[in-house]
Design a protein around this ligand. Structure first.
Ligand code: GLY
Length: 258
C-alpha cells in the first residue's frame, strides 16, 4: 500500500515565502480546487490519500514534502530553513508516527525535504538557502546505519534541489542544467527542460507514471519522446507560491511500523 500524505491549502497561502519569484495574487479557492485534483491524481495512481486539515496560520503548510524525509525504515522531521515554516513539522510528525520511527533535525541544522533527492540508497541534498551543512550531517548520521549515503549538492538559481532535478523514470532524470550539474548523480539518462520552461524540472513519479504540471507543454513533449507517461495536473495557483508537484505530498510505502 502507498499512502500519500497531503495537507489542504491554507487560507493564508497568499502570504507564503518566496525566494526566486515575484509575489502574485493567489486565488485560494482555485488553489484548493487544483490541490483536490492533484489528490485525485494520486488516488488514480493507487495511493491512499491522507489529507490533513488546513493550517490557516501557516501559509506554506500545503507543501508537506519540506517537513519530512520519509525513508523505508524511518522518517526524519526537518527543521525548515524558513523560520515561518518551523511550526509545520509537529502535525506531520504525528501523522507519520503511524508508519515510521521518527527522528528530528535539531538546531543549528536546517533541512527541507524539497532539497532531498533520493536515488535508490543515495540521498542527494541541495545546499540551498534552506538546507545547511549541519542539517545534511544530521541526515547522514541518521540514515547511514540503514545503508544510505548522503551527499551535498551545490544548487543555485532556484528554491530547492528538486526545483532543479527530479527522477522521472527508472534511470532517468529531468534537469534544469542552469541550476544543477547532473553529472553528480551518476549514470542516468538526463532530459533537459525546455529552455523556455526553467521551472519544469519537478515531476512526481508514482509507480511508472509522472504527475506533472500542465503548464510545461514543451518539456512534456521531451518526456513523452523518452517514453515517460505523463499525468498532467493544473497547479498554476500553487506555482505562484513557488510550489511544485513533489512539494504537495509525502509518499509513504506503508508497512507495519518497525
Ligand atoms: N513558498 C514555498 C517556500 O518558499 O517554502
Amino acid at each position: 500500500m502507498t499512502v500519500a500524505i497531503t495537507r489542504q491549502v491554507s487560507a493564508a497561502i497568499g502570504e507564503c515565502e518566496l525566494t526566486h519569484l515575484p509575489r502574485a495574487l493567489i486565488d485560494v479557492d482555485r488553489a484548493r480546487r487544483q490541490h483536490h485534483a492533484y489528490e485525485q491524481a494520486l488516488v488514480a495512481q493507487g495511493c491512499d490519500v491522507l489529507s490533513l486539515p488546513p493550517q490557516p496560520e501557516l501559509p506554506d503548510s500545503v507543501f508537506v514534502e519540506d517537513v519530512a524525509i520519509v525513508l523505508d525504515e524511518i522518517a526524519v522531521i526537518t527543521r525548515p530553513g524558513a523560520q515561518s515554516r518551523r511550526s509545520e513539522t509537529l502535525s506531520v510528525a504525528e501523522a507519520l508516527t503511524a508508519y515510521r520511527r521518527i527522528w528530528f533535525v535539531e538546531a543549528p541544522g536546517t533541512l527541507e525535504g524539497g532539497d532531498v533527492l533520493r536515488l535508490g540508497n543515495r540521498l542527494f541534498v541541495g545546499l540551498s538557502g534552506r538546507s545547511n551543512q549541519s542539517g545534511i550531517m544530521q541526515l547522514r548520521a541518521v540514515a547511514w546505519p540503514y545503508g544510505y549515503t548522503v551527499s551535498a549538492v551545490p544548487v543555485a538559481g532556484c528554491l530547492h534541489l528538486k526545483s532543479a532535478v527530479t527522477q522521472v523514470a527508472d534511470r532517468m532524470l529531468l534537469v534544469n542544467p542552469q541550476w544543477v550539474d547532473a553529472s553528480i548523480f551518476g549514470q542516468f539518462t538526463v532530459i533537459d527542460v525546455d529552455p523556455d520552461e526553467p521551472y519544469a524540472a519537478n515531476g512526481l513519479l508514482v509507480g511508472d507514471r509522472l504527475i506533472y504540471p500542465a503548464s510545461f507543454p514543451r518539456t512534456r513533449l521531451r518526456l513523452e519522446a523518452h517514453g515517460v507517461t505523463v499525468v498532467p495536473v493544473d497547479v498554476s495557483e500553487l506555482q505562484k507560491a513557488e510550489g511544485a508537484v513533489t512539494c504537495c505530498s509525502l509518499i509513504v510505502t506503508a508497512s507495519e511500523r518497525p
